[in-house]
Structures are given as structure tokens and as C-alpha cells.
Design a protein around this ligand. Structure first.
Ligand code: F6R
Length: 241
């Protein structure tokens, strides 16, 4: 595991964007896995700037997102579909047909999950998966006591996740209680992982992920077994290392 430290959020975001850009330079038709939330926002802004300066071209890139809230429609501003289109896709030249996000309103959830896995496989697998991390150690929406063997599936959100994500909703009871998420197996099959962490609230999870025992209580700890993982960690998130 490679650990890259950053002095602040801006530096973390720039370094992460540089890593993603290098992947696209090396393989213009690469498959990226992307995350939502506060952490990667600065990285998306950096990538948009690079695109505007003609330093990166997304025209052949395929993107799969990690997760989507169950029951939120694409038009809902809290949906991850909305987040990705609003904050990233509409500002770059990725082709709409090359962007994939689980459908949170699918009626046949198992079929939706199976299709998502199929679509990833049909594209040749994910070259680089960008991850954030929950304060409880989750990656994607794979919550503590995770099944390391799961592929894309419907997950019940942890109380801590509902609490943390209530900041994006008008009240806590509006936060969906489940989501469709790539499983740990899906994530671990990516050829490279790039995990970003920012802020003191992530320090404990980062410590356990890197220095702790590999265990289902800390889903991200499985990354210790990945042959090509890079962590880009802002100094407050790294303070217990
Ligand atoms: C988002 C995702 C989550 C977040 C994590 C951290 O697609 O899968 O694992 O990365 O909850 O969220 P932030 O960045 O908002 O602290």
C-alpha cells in the first residue's frame, strides 16, 4: 500500500486528480470507478480545470459509480446520479452512454445488481477505483460487519452513516435507510484503488484501515490485501498514524 500525505484538502484533491489524469493518459479508454460525498469534490473540480486546460480528455473513458441510495430518483438532488451529473459529468466530455450509476428506483433490485456487475465485466473490469471512507470504516456503502465476498447488492445503511449523511438532507428521517452498492469483491477486483481521506473525523478509520487487523468490523481494512492500493491522506486524517 502506498501512502501519500497532503498538508491540506486542496493538496489532497490535486494529488488525487493527478493520479486519475495519469491513468487516463496511460490508457485513454480506461474504466474508472468513482465515489460521491464531500471528499472527492475538490478532485472533481481539479479534473474539470484540467479538462478546460486540455490536459485531460474523457471522450473514451467509462465511469462506474460505487453506489446509489435506494428509492431516490435521478431527479432528486440528493441522489448520487444528480451529484455526479451536476458536479462532474456535465462539465467534461465523458459520453453519457459511458457513465453508469446503479438505478435506485429499480423494481427488480437483484436483477439491477446482477446487470451492474455484468456491465462492469463487459467493459473489461475497473482499472482505477476512487474511494472515500466513512468514519465507521465503510467503503462504498459496505458497512461494518461486511461480507467481504459480496458483489453489487442492496445494503442496509448503518446508523452512523445515516447520521453522517443527514447533513445533505432537510432532516435525518429523510435519509434513505438502504442503498445499492458495489460489494467488497467488486471493489477489490479493480486493478488499482485510490482512497482519499480528509479531516480528523476520519483519523480513527484511517488508522484501523492501515494499521489494524483485517476484519469485517472495519470494511476498508481489506485494502491491506490489495496489490495496488494508494491512499491520499490529508494530515488531520493521518494524525493517528
Ligand atoms: C460515496 C461512498 C461513501 C463515501 C463516504 C465518505 O459514494 O461510497 O463511502 O465515500 O461515506 O463520505 P464523505 O466524503 O462525504 O465524508
Amino acid at each position: 500500500m502506498r501512502i501519500i500525505l497532503a498538508d491540506n484538502y486542496e493538496e489532497m484533491s490535486r494529488k488525487a486528480a493527478d493520479i486519475v489524469r495519469s491513468q487516463i493518459v496511460l490508457k485513454p479508454d480506461c474504466v474508472l470507478g468513482l465515489a460521491t460525498g464531500d471528499t472527492p469534490m475538490g478532485m472533481y473540480q481539479e479534473l474539470i480545470k484540467m479538462y478546460e486546460n486540455k490536459e485531460v480528455d474523457f471522450s473514451e473513458v467509462t465511469i462506474f459509480n460505487l453506489d446509489e441510495y435506494y428509492s431516490l430518483s435521478r431527479e432528486n438532488p440528493q441522489s448520487y446520479y444528480y451529484y455526479m451529473h451536476h458536479n462532474f459529468f456535465k462539465h467534461i466530455n465523458v459520453k453519457k452512454e459511458n457513465t453508469y450509476i446503479p438505478n435506485g428506483t429499480a423494481t427488480e433490485i437483484d436483477e439491477e445488481c446482477r446487470n451492474y456487475e455484468e456491465q462492469i465485466k463487459n467493459k473489461g473490469g475497473i482499472d482505477m477505483q476512487v474511494l472515500g471512507i466513512g468514519a465507521n470504516g465503510h467503503i462504498g456503502f459496505n458497512e461494518p460487519d461486511v461480507n467481504f465476498e459480496a458483489e453489487t447488492h442492496l445494503v442496509k445503511l448503518d446508523e452512523m452513516t445515516i447520521e453522517a449523511n443527514s447533513r445533505f438532507f432537510s432532516s435525518k428521517d429523510k435519509v434513505p435507510t438502504s442503498a445499492i452498492s458495489m460489494g467488497i469483491k467488486t471493489i477489490m477486483q479493480s486493478r488499482m484503488l485510490v482512497l482519499l481521506a480528509n479531516g480528523e473525523s476520519k483519523a480513527d478509520a484511517i488508522y484501523k484501515t492501515i494499521k489494524g487487523k483485517i476484519c469485517p468490523e472495519v470494511p476498508a481494512s481489506i485494502i491491506q490485501l490489495h496489490p495496488n492500493a494508494t491512499m491520499v491522506i490529508e494530515k488531520n486524517a493521518a494524525k493517528l498514524l
